[in-house]
Ligand binder design. Structure first.
Ligand code: GUN
Length: 293
């Protein structure tokens, strides 16, 4: 069994990006610039956005944070998006989700210029991904693909079972792994809350992607010997012995499943750190106009 170390891989990729920035500087090119819009003061969102901005600093990207109050109107937020769309200094930007209930998140996502949509949430990028056209891949699926690639895990002809059908993980990773690509060519089964016997489906998997949001859902008896296990879950469970009163666990019962697997991602320290790396890679691609001219 080999642990797929997301922290280590993310660090390697950040070092590579820092070298790219040095090259750009040496050539007098434009330093990639990411902007992040954080509405209100939700602690989890604040922590995610801070981590994105800190990562920009680590690799030498420029970053801008815009922090409207929670009572910002939808029109005001749409105006911020419009300004970012039109600002040539900004290569890409994100609007951190979730947004307060009085704001239509779909309307905001649609207002983002697809050329600057480094989250890959705009339907134009999602559609281009489905068609195999150049696009920004959403952060979590991109991170998973990068892990499989960098660890040299063969996917072609393998049976992949995805647990969950969300728009940001289950559905896009299913599309990507079935695509004709270096990391792809899998036979993919998507399972969800209406699937009749999830355990039976999972036992057939060479590769499992668990993104269901239920702590320790995947047990050893659902996993074939030698399976590759990618755990996307980040669930808080009460733990009186922990300083914060809780600890983070994945959708996979790691202690049970790890000994049966060939490769497995831990939680924390697996897929999570790769999502920020994906955002940085997308921002670099945006600054180079690699996706759209
Ligand atoms: N909220 C949770 N994950 C994400 C993400 O990847 N992007 C944005 N914009 N909001 C999020």
């Amino acid at each position: 069994m080999e642990i797929i170390d997301g922290n280590k891989l993310a660090k390697t990729i950040k070092e590579e990006l820092a070298q790219e920035v040095e090259q750009i500087k040496a050539n007098g090119g434009k330093i990639p610039h990411l902007a992040a819009v954080l509405v209100g003061n939700d602690p989890a969102s604040q922590s995610y956005v801070r981590s994105k901005v800190r990562s920009c600093e680590m690799v030498g990207f420029e970053s801008t944070m815009i922090t409207p109050d929670a009572d910002v109107s939808e029109a005001e937020l749409l105006d911020i998006v419009k300004q970012l769309n039109e600002n040539p200094e900004i290569d890409g930007f994100i609007v951190q989700l979730p947004l307060p209930a009085h704001i239509d998140a779909e309307k905001v996502t649609l207002a983002i210029d697809p050329k600057k949509d480094v989250d890959g949430f705009h339907p134009q990028n999602f559609g281009r991904m489905a068609l195999g056209l150049p696009c920004y891949l959403p952060a979590t699926p991109f991170g998973i693909i990068t892990m499989l690639d960098r660890y040299g895990i063969e996917t072609s002809g393998k049976h992949c079972v995805v647990l969950g059908r969300s728009n940001i993980v289950g559905t896009p990773i299913s599309l990507l792994l079935s695509r004709k690509a270096k990391v792809g060519n899998c036979t993919v089964t998507i399972t969800h809350s209406r699937t009749k016997n999830i355990g039976e489906e999972l036992r057939r998997a060479d590769i499992i992607v668990a993104a269901i949001g239920i702590p320790h859902f995947v047990k050893a008896n659902m996993v074939k010997d030698g399976a590759v296990v990618i755990d996307v879950g980040i669930n808080r469970v009460d733990d009186a012995t922990a300083k914060r009163g809780y600890r983070l666990v994945g959708d996979v019962d790691y202690a049970e499943v790890a000994p049966k697997s060939s490769f497995i991602t831990p939680v924390p320290g697996g897929v999570g750190p790769m999502t920020v790396t994906s955002l940085l890679l997308n921002t670099l691609r945006a600054s180079r106009k690699e996706v759209y001219d």
